[in-house]
Write a protein that binds this ligand. Sequence first.
Ligand code: 6PG
Length: 230
Amino acid sequence: MIFQKFSSNTTLLTEIARKIANSLAAAVNKRGYASLAVSGGTTPMPMFEALSRIDLDWDKVVVSLVDERWIDVSEKDSNENLVRSHLLKNKAAAATFIGMKTAAVTAFEGEKECAELLKRIPMPYDVIVLGMGGDGHTASLFPGAAKFSAAVDMASGHTCMAIAPVTAAHERLTLTLPAILNAREIIVHISGAEKRQVYEQAISAGPMEEMPIRYILRQKKVPVTVYWAP
Ligand code: 6PG
């Protein structure tokens, strides 16, 4: 794992967008296509904007999500809405988007159909971008949620799972841990003093299930780079 510290958020944004674009371009050169899965929340918005302006064979790129809140995609908290409004524009408008939200009433009812949708994404993911919550969650792997242990079970055979967090709003669908670790590369994007503290706690000793980001930071299967700026 590599920790990259930037003096300003502006430099971080330029660097992280460049890094993602380079990895996608290398994948397109090698295989003719690339896949990217991104997180929601507030942190990635300016990074999406920067990435959307980068020249790339976007028509050969599939963009998808690591998790989705089970609300209508027209609502502002929807991750699909976030990606459509801030990433799938400018040059990146040519990318193909595969979301997670279906017409099912609950995330639990939508689980199977979502797994079918995910089959359309070229695997393994070339790049997965993760965020981290103040409670150490990543994607929608929330500590203490019912079904949490199934979502981090490396032998489950599931790519996505419905989860009802106790520490955040909305039922969610999340990529499972084995699906996240089926990536060629993982980028963790965090900013601010509070997240730095959470990160320091995550890299120190303690049970993985208390801070799910530890499942990402402590594994050796996939290269991880953490990007942080104050
Ligand atoms: C989501 C996420 C989630 C997010 C963190 C950090 O949809 O909620 O994918 O894992 O990355 O909660 O969110 P912030 O960037 O808003 O702090």
